[in-house]
Design a protein around this ligand. Structure first.
Ligand SMILES: [Fe+2]
Ligand SMILES: [Fe+2]
Length: 194
């Protein structure tokens, strides 16, 4: 029994043949595929937010969420292509349990911020794993997402601030909807002021 154990290969040789074609470790590939799914789900949730805002009669907000949905799909594709280009196997995600109701006009923006914070945490988790494994290509690839998430969180917080600054009474919510397209990331704001 003892020598049998020694003779048996420690790992599946078939798996090694596949693995040699990709520069990604199993863990990184799996984390990246989780992120493909997360970005895809974000895209679907933003689409639901677009419909919800439209039903409430807030056209600018609805338009904003449509654009966000498209952006998240682009993020999904970016990671999907990265996995493929690295010789890995990207998985087209199964998107389920998309919320369709967000409680209130303010609630929809609060949910958007919560979603972006969750995405930031997920990106950081993959980045830490990439550093730990010395996978500099993936760490480098993820830098774009780190910057993107900084902007997403900044602007998502600014949109919620509109509710506090303008207030929801009277024509407040109408005014908030008017201001939604004006919210820009810090860099763009600096450009406008220059
Ligand atoms: Fe994203
Ligand atoms: Fe986002």
């Amino acid at each position: 029994m003892v020598f049998l154990t020694i003779l048996l290969p420690k790992h599946n040789p078939m798996k090694d043949t596949i693995r040699i074609k990709t520069s990604l470790s199993e863990e990184i590939e799996s984390l990246l595929n989780d992120q493909v799914k997360m970005e895809g789900k974000s895209s679907s949730i933003y689409l639901a937010m677009a419909a919800y805002s439209d039903q409430l009669g807030f056209e600018n907000s609805s338009e904003f969420f449509f654009t966000q949905s498209e952006e998240e799909r682009q993020h999904m594709l970016k990671i999907f292509r990265y996995i493929a280009d690295s010789g890995g196997t990207p998985i087209s995600p199964d998107i389920t349990a998309v919320p369709q109701e967000f409680g209130s006009f303010r609630g929809v923006f609060e949910s958007a911020l919560e979603q972006e914070i969750a995405v930031t945490k997920a990106i950081n988790k993959i980045l830490s794993a990439a550093y730990q494994e010395g996978d500099h290509a993936t760490a480098n690839f993820l830098q774009w997402f780190v910057r993107e998430q900084q902007e997403e969180e900044f602007t998502a917080r600014k949109r919620i601030e509109l509710f506090d600054v303008i207030g929801e009474e009277g024509i407040g919510r109408y005014m908030i909807d008017q201001k939604i397209p004006e919210i820009a990331p810090p860099e763009a704001e600096a450009d406008l002021n220059a």
